[in-house]
Design a protein around this ligand. Structure first.
Ligand code: DQA
Length: 149
């Protein structure tokens, strides 16, 4: 186990592998790989070590969270639409027991009403939305402070 306590699991959920193809007016034209490349750089600049995971399968997302206590010190999560209704993923994030920040690329508070609900309320150190890639940097900054890095 790393003694640095600087490992951040960056987790993307359902449909986020479609970045670059889905609704570019809302989500921009960058692909998930391009996002991950930049997030990796932001993390390094902040003294954090990012690892990446994406799945379209809710159970796999939960199982990855179950392994977080062994693999990471903090979680940066964009669970896509699951953020609005998956109590299973909320419970799994709770089980992970690590500092977490919720990020959304789009401004979920100013879209359809159902997107303003978040299952992560009360569990995450911050919820950042509507800032695109910059939101991920902001989320990493919050986690660096939480981890004392
Ligand atoms: C999203 C917002 C969600 O409402 C949506 O279902 C997504 C992406 C975002 O990053 O803006 O898939 O999490």
């Amino acid at each position: 186990m790393s003694s640095a306590h600087n490992r951040v699991a960056v987790m993307h959920g359902v449909n986020l592998d479609m970045l670059g193809r889905r609704d570019p007016e809302i989500y921009g034209t960058e692909t998930l790989s391009q996002y991950e490349y930049r997030i990796h750089e932001f993390a390094r600049e902040l003294g954090l070590e990012a690892s990446f995971f994406q799945t379209n399968h809710e159970g796999e997302f939960c199982e990855y969270l179950h392994r977080v206590p062994e693999t990471a010190d903090a979680v940066l999560v964009n669970a896509g639409a699951w953020s609005h209704y998956s109590w299973a993923i909320r419970d799994a994030l709770d089980v992970a027991g690590k500092p977490a920040v919720e990020v959304h690329i789009s401004d979920v508070a100013n879209r359809e009403d159902w997107r303003s609900v978040s299952v992560f309320d009360g569990l995450v150190a911050a919820k950042i939305s509507g800032k695109g890639l910059d939101g991920y940097r902001e989320g990493l900054e919050v986690l660096a402070r939480e981890l004392g890095v």
